[in-house]
Design a protein around this ligand. Sequence first.
Ligand SMILES: Nc1ncnc2c1ncn2[C@@H]1O[C@H](COP(=O)(O)OP(=O)(O)O)[C@@H](O)[C@H]1O
Ligand SMILES: [Mg+2]
Length: 233
Amino acid sequence: MSRKLRKSIGDLTHRSLITHNNPMSPISEQYRTIRTNIQFSSVDGEFKTLMVTSAGPSEGKSTTAANIAVVFAQQGKSVLLVDADLRKPTVHYTFQVSNIFGLTNVLTRQKSLKEAIQPTNVPDLDVLPSGPIPPNPSELLNSKTMDAVLEEMIAEYDYIIFDTPPVLAVTDAQVLSHRCDGTLLVVTSGRTGKDPAVKAKELLQTAGAKIVGVVLNGKEMGKQSYYYYYGTK
Ligand SMILES: Nc1ncnc2c1ncn2[C@@H]1O[C@H](COP(=O)(O)OP(=O)(O)O)[C@@H](O)[C@H]1O
Ligand SMILES: [Mg+2]
């Protein structure tokens, strides 16, 4: 999965999950390292909800969120991956599930959480797709219903991972970030400028996010690994 092999970036429908399809690859090993670092970042408190975001579009948020969800599930923990990118949802493509119902139906009380959640072919991993794209995503994510739904998720699963839209584009990630125990910021090697990355970090911290780390995506580090993680505060 080198960047040279990367399919056209606009192609959102063709997605493969390296941690599931090739768990022994060095890239999967890097995702497990990220998992360990996240787990160690929360020594003083229970860690259940993680949000994955980035400054701009196509930086690897969804790829990172999905693979992190898989490696948590591979530990035998029950995991729910939620597509909270209500602008450009992709979780249903990655896991090949229907997106007729999802988070937006739950937030507008048309469906119960149980009705909208779907199993995947990864053991212990369920997904909640976005559902129909609404006119008011930030409002839905910032609602009291969202708080109640989050409580329900926490009661049901060991870990809940949220895929979100870019921080600099819309406020959705910010409104979700203070509801989550941790936020992972994805930065693309050679693509994300320093200024947008710093701006995204500042916006998240102002919103009350606890940034547990930064994932440098797409970095070619010899043949061994394409992902590298370092903790930040
Ligand atoms: N490290 C990588 N190597 C190869 N392809 C990647 C990598 N990270 C992301 N991609 C591809 O780039 C595209 C955009 O990634 P995606 O995770 O959807 O970004 P975002 O959610 O930030 O918009 C997708 O087609 C994805 O498969
Ligand atoms: Mg995405």
